[in-house]
Design a protein. Sequence first.
Lengths: 312, 277
Amino acid sequence: MSNISLKEPPQAKRTLNLTRFKRDLVGWCFILAPVILIGIFVVYPMINSFHLSLQSGVGRNLNFVGLDNYTRLFQDRTFIRALQNNLTYLAIQVPLMILLGLLYAVLLNKKDLKFRSFFRMCIFLPAITSLMAYATVFRYLFDQQGIINALLLNWGLIQDPIGWLMNPVLARVTIIAALTWRWTGYNMIFYLSSLQNIDEGIYEAAKIDGANAVQAFFKITIPLLKPIILFTSIMSTIGTLQLFDEVVQITDGGPGQATVTMTQYIFNLMFWYNPDFGYAATVSFAVLLMILTLSVIQFWATRDRDKPRRRA
Amino acid sequence: MKKIKISNVFIYIFLSVASFISIFPFYWMIVSSTNRSFDITMGRLLPGNYLFNNIQTMLNETNFLTGLWNSARIAVIATVLTLLLSSMAGYAFEIYKSKWKDIVFRLLLLSMMIPTATMIVPLFLMLATVSNTVPAFGLDTIPAIIIPGLASVFLIFFFRQSTKMFATDVLEAARIDGMGELGMFFRIYMPIMKNTYAAAAIITFMGSWNAFLWPRIVIRSSDLHTLPIVLNLVNATYTLDFGLILLVSTLSIIPMGIVFFVLQKHFVAGMMGSSKG
């Protein structure tokens, strides 16, 4: 570019610079609106959230209390319960869903399988349901008088209806079941589209070397899908740590506080108990820190260890 | 026709069970919306003739129609505006590339890590302040639901990635013909990129249709309730009218189903873009 402009007469150079400047300006105008919106509605609230987390009080009458809210966090039973719940959902549901999604994807990628598109369609269908609607369906599927109990009773497998949503452990199981139902097919689509890019020849070669299907899955498929697995696990981690809709609709945090989540606790702190926006902001800032930490850990855990180092 | 391999039999059984589990809740939901609550609790799994009564109850006792109207108009407005803003930005980041724009782009990507949960408290307080001066944009208004989510970093990223495939010589040719920069965007870029727009529309529409937490925080008056709020209230108020609540659930899934079947081709690309939560 500079070579060309050197050969141009000075007049042309000036017009070129002028149009370039004009275009640059047009570009900034195109970008301006979203950048301002994100500044106001994302970046500023995040900073403000930290500022609020150093204050406490009733409603909007807040006083500066320093780090008191953070010490309160560690003694707050409801917060610890909510944190444990989020981590339980995360530790059980996310790996379960990813493994199941991978398994479906690998099976549905077999070329000699019939009805592939039918199976794929069925397994994917839950992903088009709206969150509140599917949560409602699960709330009534697992109701004391719901169809699960009705069928188990009719088949004589149980004598009395099971209180799925009234038992702390079963209520968590129900939520995990619901989340897995809704999101497995969704994740499967990611894996399936990545699998279609893998060269079949690798599997042929592995077969000749005597690898069985299970070995091929763990030694070939999983390493090759690592980037997409990382992506889906980070997305799921972020989603699970912010879980709200499903828990509100299925158990409303109950029985007691057995299934309450952090986002739900933030909501309750804002509107239900004596509203304390400062402390609510502290909980929300804790969610942010956890999401950042876990994302960094996931990046670190899946980093390329085999990459040859240049300066060893 | 090839014969079904013996080794695949277990796979067929496994996938059939998985498909059954995936489909059964839909079946039960739809069938139950035609049944009497009592029959549903007895385990009835066949269609009944109570659909009309359930619809009657729904119209008399719930806010369903209001919710449908609000959800629909919010989703449409949000989709149109979000698509316009994020496609313009994604386009500009790529077409008018410069060092400083790239720095801004990286900062935007970083802001994607900030969870909604972190923003709700300050945003609520901000809107409460706005309510005092400009009530039309404050709490309990439709703009308050739509505006904070208008700029989607993900969609900006999505459009920028797609713009990389865009042949820029078309734009150069248009420039020589004397077309303005805005004209090039609206009359050349937009029509060519319609597939990208379709995928982005699905992402935004689904996000808006699903939104519960933010509308629940912002909205007080019942004539602004959206469908997820209506579902939540029906669940909390009308205990154990299975037929009613499953009818409302069925009806609130149908619009997404329509979007799915109409835009099926773009749906997978769209799904890849939407995220959990």
